[in-house]
Design a protein around this ligand. Structure first.
Ligand SMILES: C[S@@+](CC[C@H](N)C(=O)[O-])C[C@H]1O[C@@H](n2cnc3c(N)ncnc32)[C@H](O)[C@@H]1O
Length: 237
């Protein structure tokens, strides 16, 4: 599935420790602020009932958890990530916004998922699964921790279908983005590596097949900004 070896993926959270301090700034700048709009799609696709308990995997600096925490339908968000540096920044953001009672960010592996079976209404995961050392195992465990009728919402980069847009996007993505990312984060190759993981990772039908293999039903894809990213939604029946 991918040419990037599993051992580097197992250690990928260490790269995030190194770039944690500039992560949010670079996300906003390199996506021209679009990443904030993308994360709002989690809210738009929540079921229309109150008291939702959400697990956000690869929560990073907590942007998805914070977006969800501001919605009235959400009663609790647990955010898991392997990077202490990212979690530390996320916790500060949660405290600054006075959401400590609602949002709990902690260290945890998104592949094995330490939560109990059938304990979550929703599992969210944004821009994390391509960094996981075993994405298929993660999908199986997401399915395991969801309650019956629970939803998995997974956002990941994909490639635009339109050839012209794809050409411009890839030029930006392969050249400008890693150059600025490595320079600002002061990391020798973090953004070059992270970009490589995007082009190597399955998207579209290839990814929905993986969800189907994990047991998900009623799978749909919501394309975001010409298909630069996609939100995959699947149900546990
Ligand atoms: C690109 S960031 C995404 C953060 C956040 N979801 C967002 O939307 O900004 C990817 C995150 O995946 C985390 N990660 C990588 N492998 C992981 C694993 N096995 N379990 C949990 N988190 C992991 C990294 O530490 C990093 O914080």
């Amino acid at each position: 599935m991918t040419s990037i070896d599993t051992s580097r993926k197992k250690e990928s959270f260490k790269i995030f420790n190194d770039i944690a301090k500039t992560y949010d700034l670079l996300n906003r700048a390199l996506s021209f602020g679009i990443d904030v709009k993308w994360r709002k799609n989690f809210i738009k696709n929540l079921p229309k009932r109150n008291g939702l308990e959400v697990l956000d995997l690869a929560t990073g600096t907590g942007d998805v958890a914070l977006t969800l925490g501001k919605d009235r339908k959400v009663a609790k968000v647990i955010g898991l990530d392997m990077s202490e540096g990212m979690i530390e920044i996320g916790k500060k953001k949660v405290t600054n916004q006075g959401l400590q009672k609602l949002i709990d960010l902690k260290i945890g592996d998104g592949v094995v998922i330490p939560e109990e079976d059938e304990s979550q209404d929703i599992v969210t995961l944004a821009f994390g699964i391509r960094n996981f050392y075993d994405p298929q195992k993660a999908l199986i465990n997401i399915h395991r921790v969801l309650k019956k009728n629970g939803l998995a919402m997974i956002m990941e980069f994909s490639l635009p279908k339109n050839p012209l847009i794809k050409m411009f996007y890839l030029f930006y993505f392969r050249n400008l983005l890693p150059f600025v990312g490595n320079l600002v984060s002061k990391h020798k190759d973090a953004y070059t590596y992270l970009n490589k993981t995007v082009e190597d990772f399955p998207y579209g039908k290839e990814f929905t097949d993986m969800m189907e293999n994990a047991g998900f039903k009623e799978i749909r894809i919501v394309p975001l900004t010409f298909g630069i990213a996609s939100l995959y939604i699947g149900k546990k029946i």
